[in-house]
Design a protein around this ligand. Structure first.
Ligand SMILES: Nc1nc2c(c(=O)[nH]1)N[C@H]1C(S)=C(S)[C@@H](COP(=O)(O)OP(=O)(O)OC[C@H]3O[C@@H](n4cnc5c(N)ncnc54)[C@H](O)[C@@H]3O)O[C@H]1N2
Ligand code: MOO
Length: 405
């Protein structure tokens, strides 16, 4: 059997960052930057006022007090956006609003609350040190400084920073389009009537949601029945439109394991056993056109675990990210369970923060079966049990991959 790490490395090796494209900033959120963005000039571009008030020469108002104000002649009225450059001489002031460029000659701003707010001759009731309430040119970023480096995920705060730096477009990695395909003749769409033996297809919905949450575009097709020729047809029709394919089901040793049958000797896909529970039978490789394909086992919990442990890192890598792992936390186990020897176990767990310390219990009390699909609803992480462990006891400390949000 392959170890999880060996198989994960093989999955990552199939995934290279997608090409860089130029995008309008408004469409850039969620993409990964492919080229540094530098400030096209200093930020702020000029000294400007941090307050609504009066731009003054600090030396003029050094003796000002509430009971003995200094009177200055108001020579200009400067709103944010004003391009005027009135020179403030001795004994003079300019009324100024937050964000307006500082007029030449002035070196401090007195907030309007410390004045009588007059527009001809203003009474200033407090002193101001040089630089008071002035936002300095370049204090946020100097001209040419890297505002955001290649490799950064364009989260909202970074999109805002790029807009502030004047970037109208960005060069970012294209986002992967991922085909999601469930297989099995027993599957019907959720909400449709079911005969005995039929079940709702949950895997393709889980996978499409997981692909979307991983920042990729999901293309979900209706389930394909256990018919290898039909499966090849569907894959051949879609593979050129997508960057990766994920199938679920049909990879084990049954008589109707359609994915294994269709892909063996077609393209370059290896079917292997991985030392993990759930998720032991896995297929991995390329379709005839070269598109990476991840063939996951059909049990719904196996699908979730396989996606989290093996597929999601590869998709994040295709997006251009280098940090591709879920954050983990140490957590104390509240219940206990037996684990299969020789396989690393990924147990869906509910996490609870108890006064700053994490505690976990199985998402399905008493259950560890890979068919317990409804129980996944209660899971917000996967507890990782090393492969040499045969039993998890109450009080044990485990590493938990956090899958929220
Ligand atoms: N003789 C053996 N039998 C099995 C072995 C084994 O080693 N020897 N391995 C077991 C393990 S472990 C797993 S995991 C499964 C994997 O089987 P397949 O990948 O071939 O999956 P299927 O047989 O197609 O389905 C398994 C199970 O999941 C249900 N299923 C499938 N697709 C969906 C879907 N889209 N939505 C909801 N549920 C789905 C399916 O009805 C089956 O119950 O093999 C074991 N058997
Ligand atoms: O490995 Mo299977 O995925 O246990 O259920």
């Amino acid at each position: 059997m392959r170890t999880v790490n060996e198989h994960r490395a093989a999955a990552l090796a199939l995934a290279a960052p997608l090409e860089a494209i130029e995008l309008p900033l408004a469409e850039a959120a969620g993409h990964v930057l492919a080229r540094d963005v530098c400030a096209d000039g200093p930020l702020p571009p000029w000294d400007n006022s941090a307050m609504d008030g009066y731009a003054v020469r600090a030396a003029d108002v050094s003796a000002a007090v509430p009971d003995g104000p200094v009177r200055l002649r108001v020579i200009a009225d400067l709103a944010a956006g004003s391009a005027a450059t009135p020179v403030v001489g001795p004994g003079e002031a300019a009324r100024i609003m937050t964000g307006a460029p500082m007029p030449p000659g002035a070196d401090a701003v007195v907030p309007v609350e410390q004045t009588d707010a007059a527009t001809d001759v203003v009474a200033i009731g407090a002193p101001a040190r040089v630089g008071a309430h002035v936002r300095r040119v370049g204090e946020d970023a100097a001209a040419g400084n890297v505002v955001l480096a290649a490799g950064a995920l364009l989260a909202e705060r970074r999109v805002g920073a790029l807009a502030a730096a004047g970037a109208g477009t960005v060069t970012a990695h294209r986002r992967p389009r991922v085909l999601v395909l469930a297989t099995g003749s027993e599957l019907v769409a959720p909400g449709e009537p079911r005969a005995r033996g039929q079940i709702p297809d949950s895997n393709s919905f889980l996978l499409a949601a997981a692909v979307t949450a991983a920042g990729c575009e999901a293309v979900r097709l209706p389930p394909v029945p256990d018919d290898a020729a039909r499966l090849r047809e569907v894959l051949a029709a879609h593979e050129a439109d997508v960057d990766a394919v994920i199938t679920a089901g049909g990879v084990s040793v049954g008589a109707y394991d359609v994915v294994k049958e269709a892909l063996t000797g077609w393209g370059d896909v290896a079917f292997v056993a991985v030392a993990m529970q759930p998720g032991k039978p896995q297929g991995l490789g390329r379709l005839p056109g070269g598109t990476p394909v991840f063939c996951l086992p059909g049990n719904p919990v196996s699908v979730f675990v396989s996606f989290e442990v093996l597929v999601r890192p590869a998709l994040l890598r295709m997006r251009g990210l280098t940090a591709v792992d879920r954050p983990t936390v140490p957590a104390t186990v509240e219940d206990g369970w037996r684990t299969p020897p020789g396989r690393a176990q990924y147990m869906p767990v509910a996490l609870r923060d108890e006064g700053g310390a994490w505690r976990v219990r199985r998402a399905v009390p008493g259950g560890s079966g890979s068919h317990l699909a409804a129980g996944l609803a209660a899971a917000d992480g996967l507890a990782v049990v090393p492969l040499d462990t045969s039993e998890v006891r109450s009080g044990d400390l485990l590493t938990v991959m956090r899958c929220e949000p």
